[in-house]
Design a protein around this ligand. Structure first.
Ligand SMILES: [Zn+2]
Ligand SMILES: [Zn+2]
Length: 237
């Protein structure tokens, strides 16, 4: 409803070429080139965006199986993500998550996990938000929620059970991490099965530091799960 009013008052324009009609016109959509499949550590070619064998052997600590990147040149996508804050959220989140869902459905490991109902979506929690993200608004969460609908896959929030008691502050880091819980749609909690695959959704990233941080937290509590990342775009190269 709010979006419809906004569309009426401010007809959508292409965020890239300013043509009226859509947030991303068909010409510009065609320019969106998928990112090449690469290892997230050494950036050499690697099928399905998996950590390559060499890096897997030398960096046993890397908590992710791989990071799926939809888009290589992030400027257009960055504009789309920023447009999310002006209220046209449903259109843009829908467009972005539709593309992401195709990517996930065609990814061997992720689609297999999805089909055996072992895939769980999550996102970077708000308190780990990075500097350029719109304050008070979590785009990754919105994308994860849309993806959950498209893929018919549960979305969980990774959170810590916080008890505001004095004893909490005395707990060491490891103990506090063991309080990590998963909250689903209607605030119900459940634990994670040992063989689940957890996919962390993020919007645009420059480094993998946030994804790695979240993945480490998951692996500390659930060492046997497989953690993947998926990002809309990647800066640099
Ligand atoms: Zn355009
Ligand atoms: Zn590598």
């Amino acid at each position: 409803m709010f979006d419809e009013l906004l569309d009426f008052l401010f007809p959508p324009r292409c965020v890239w070429c300013d043509q009226q009609g859509e947030y991303l016109c068909n010409t510009c959509k065609k320019d969106l080139k998928p990112h090449s499949e690469m290892c997230p550590i050494c950036q050499s070619a690697s099928p399905d965006y998996q950590v390559c064998l060499g890096c897997r052997a030398s960096d046993e600590d890397f908590p992710l199986e791989g990071i799926v990147i939809w888009f290589s040149y992030a400027e257009t996508i960055k504009k789309l993500i920023l447009a999310l804050k002006f209220g046209h959220r449903s259109h843009i989140a829908w467009f972005l998550s539709q593309r992401l869902s195709l990517l996930i459905q065609s990814h061997p490991q992720l689609s297999q996990a999805m089909q055996s109902q072992k895939l769980l979506l999550t996102y970077v929690p708000s308190h780990w938000i990075r500097k350029y993200r719109v304050k008070g608004y979590n785009q990754s969460e919105l994308l994860a929620q849309e993806l959950g609908v498209l893929l018919d896959t549960p979305v969980a929030r990774l959170t810590r059970r916080v008890k505001y008691t004095r004893s909490q502050t005395k707990l060491n880091r490891k103990k506090r991490l063991s309080n990590l819980i998963w909250v689903f749609g209607s605030q119900q909690e459940r634990d994670i099965a040992w063989d689940e695959t957890i996919l962390i959704v993020d919007d645009i990233t420059t480094t993998w530091s946030t994804l790695i941080h979240v993945a480490h937290q998951i692996k500390e509590k659930h060492p046997t799960v497989k953690v993947w990342g998926v990002v809309v775009g990647r800066h640099g190269v």
